[in-house]
Design a protein around this ligand. Structure first.
Ligand SMILES: Cc1cc2nc3c(=O)[nH]c(=O)nc-3n(C[C@H](O)[C@H](O)[C@H](O)COP(=O)(O)O)c2cc1C
Length: 210
């Protein structure tokens, strides 16, 4: 009787182990098989955004693979290391695409891509990710309006620091009445990214960096 129970328990254990093993193998297979397509589509989405903010005629290098690692930095708002993409034309600096994060939006982080030309002027800005209220704070997203284009061709040289605010606070940036917190956060983040660029352009464009 006892041997029968032990045999049964052993059989069940072996069956469970086999199921667990096969299940793990299957999961691993799905993970490995789907990773390259997911990475490829993320790469494509990124490149599509790059094209919106830095016209392809402005550079002749492989922008996606020309990367500089950025350590966590208060001006860019990244709490983890991030990547900047450096554009060159005939081996000379053409511009850089920085990632910046605003932590002071209405709800959660607002992730931005900011393309800055070598002369310090903004070529374009896009919102990569946000959780602002639909219909209220989401006009910062190009899908919901052209507000984000207000940054085109702006620079620290062109606009004094005190004007880098929404009009309600005395600056030059339009905003939607009833939704000031979101644009306030974005304007501040873009200004800080320009300041980061100004302080770090030598390193960003150093030949060994990309
Ligand atoms: C449910 C709800 C959602 C809101 N979402 C946003 C938002 O996404 N972005 C925003 O700027 N303000 C949002 N607001 C309004 C802000 O609370 C605030 O009143 C507005 O931005 C004006 O800010 P100010 O008084 O500092 O100028 C929301 C308010 C409520 C009640």
């Amino acid at each position: 009787m006892a041997t029968h129970i032990i045999k049964h328990a052993l059989k069940t254990s072996v069956a469970m182990l086999a199921f667990a093993f096969v299940g793990t193998l299957l999961l691993a297979y799905v993970f490995i098989a789907t990773r390259p397509p997911i990475e490829a589509s993320e790469k494509e989405a990124r490149l599509a955004l790059f094209k919106q903010i830095l016209p392809e005629k402005n550079y002749d290098n492989d922008l996606l693979s020309s990367q500089v690692r950025i350590a966590p930095n208060a001006l860019l708002g990244n709490r983890l290391p991030s990547i900047a993409n450096v554009a060159t034309f005939q081996h000379k600096p053409a511009g850089v695409i920085l990632e910046a994060v605003a932590h002071d939006g209405y709800s959660g982080d607002i992730k931005l891509l900011i393309a800055i030309r070598a002369d310090g002027s903004i070529s374009g800005v896009r919102v990569l990710a946000h959780k602002e209220t639909p219909g209220l704070g989401d006009y910062i997203d190009i899908a919901h309006g052209n507000w984000i284009k207000l940054f085109n061709d702006e620079s620290l040289q062109k606009t004094p620091t005190e004007k880098w605010q929404v009009k309600k606070d005395g600056g030059q940036y339009d905003y939607m009445v009833g939704a000031t917190i979101t644009p306030r956060a974005v304007v501040k983040a873009v200004l800080k990214a320009l300041q980061y660029f100004e302080m770090n352009k030598q390193t960003l464009f150093a030949p060994s960096a990309n």
